[in-house]
Write a protein that binds this ligand. Structure first.
Ligand code: SF4
Length: 340
């Protein structure tokens, strides 16, 4: 089998654990400070209230197939997460238990495995007072003998007390990873995204995660209007400054129901095609150390909610394209990175 030119998530799992570990995604009912402080409750202009949850948790979408046409009537699909914008800090423990059981059953059926990591995935999973977080995390951690605990959140939503709490689960879960959204290393682009934090805030949060002995995964988004090579290099600089354990790269997706979608309809923005995302992705990969694990290389918004880019391939085809281009040109992750 041909050697992958980048440090892929699956091969890293095998190296690390000797087997694959599958994430059980949980929507604990968190909200997001950026949505709450926004008068329209929509937060980042690309925020897709359906997207940040595992496919098996989106039961309202089960009737849609990969080749379904586009549906912009999102009101026809009820979404629990939208209610959560109003109900911050209230956790439904029975619902969480059901989600975990459903997630594990789905993964067991599909992949014939019982090696799981707990993934608090939807919205900002540290957005509650620390005593409420302890109650929630204790409950979730007690539900299985997890091989890893991953918590996704925003840079302006972590502090020492919350990171101390997360670090306390390392003995039980083996590792605890905090996923932080950077999205862009350019403050002008962060403002245009309505991210509600700047690069400095992200760098401080990333350092605090590191100082607490937690693993760090950084999310970035490429192809935002106004992003050229200079701005992409600013993002790469920030990645190399904070030295994450892992990276998730997303291409700009225009999903129904987002503010970006309104702009798209007005003709104000366009979403880059696969060729541009391949170029941007390879540029990032070549300029970051090989040690950073690549957990994701594209968005996976389901086709029936994806307004643009419509002709983007599915994940497997995209990964094959990246590998093909890198291999044919002799490129590898980190081959242009000075700080290996
Ligand atoms: S930080 Fe995440 S959940 Fe919050 S508004 Fe932005 S995209 Fe949405």
């Amino acid at each position: 089998m041909q050697d992958c030119p980048y440090n892929s998530y699956s091969s890293n799992l095998i190296r690390r654990y000797g087997h694959k570990v599958f994430r059980v995604g949980v929507d604990a009912g968190f909200s997001c400070p950026n949505r709450l402080r926004d008068s329209e409750g929509r937060g980042c202009i690309y925020c897709d209230s359906y997207g940040a949850k595992a496919a098996y948790l989106r039961s309202s979408e089960s009737g849609f197939r990969h080749d379904s046409g586009f549906v912009d009537d999102i009101d026809s699909m009820s979404c629990k997460s939208d209610e959560c914008v109003k109900n911050a800090f209230e956790f439904d423990f029975q619902d969480i238990r059901n989600q975990v059981q459903r997630g594990m059953a789905f993964i067991k059926r599909r992949y014939k495995t019982d090696r799981f990591a707990l993934y608090l995935q939807s919205f900002s999973n540290t957005f509650a007072p620390v005593d409420r977080l302890r109650e929630l995390y204790d409950f979730c951690v007690s539900l299985h003998d997890w091989e890893g605990f991953i918590v996704s959140t925003r840079p302006d939503c972590v502090d020492d007390a919350k990171l101390d709490l997360l670090a306390s689960y390392r003995p039980a879960c083996g590792s605890v990873c905090v996923e932080l959204g950077l999205q862009s290393g350019c403050d002008d682009i962060l403002r245009a995204m309505n991210r509600g934090h700047d690069v400095g805030c992200f760098v401080r949060a990333a350092q605090a995660v590191r100082d607490h002995g937690l693993e760090l995964c950084v999310h970035v988004l490429t192809g935002f209007p106004g992003e050229g090579r200079k701005e992409l290099d600013m993002t790469i600089d920030v990645i190399n400054r904070v030295k994450p354990d892992a990276l998730k790269i997303h291409n700009l997706n225009v999903a129904a129901g987002t503010r970006l979608y309104d702009m798209f309809l007005e003709g104000e923005i366009a979403a880059p095609c696969m060729t541009r995302h391949i170029q941007d992705t390879i540029h990032i990969l070549r300029h970051i150390p090989y040690g950073i694990v690549i957990e994701r290389l594209m968005c996976e918004t389901p086709n029936h909610r994806l307004a643009a880019p419509r002709l983007f391939p599915d994940k497997n085809r995209f990964l094959r394209e990246i590998e093909k281009v890198m291999t044919s040109k002799g490129f590898r992750q980190g081959d242009l990175c000075s700080g290996q």
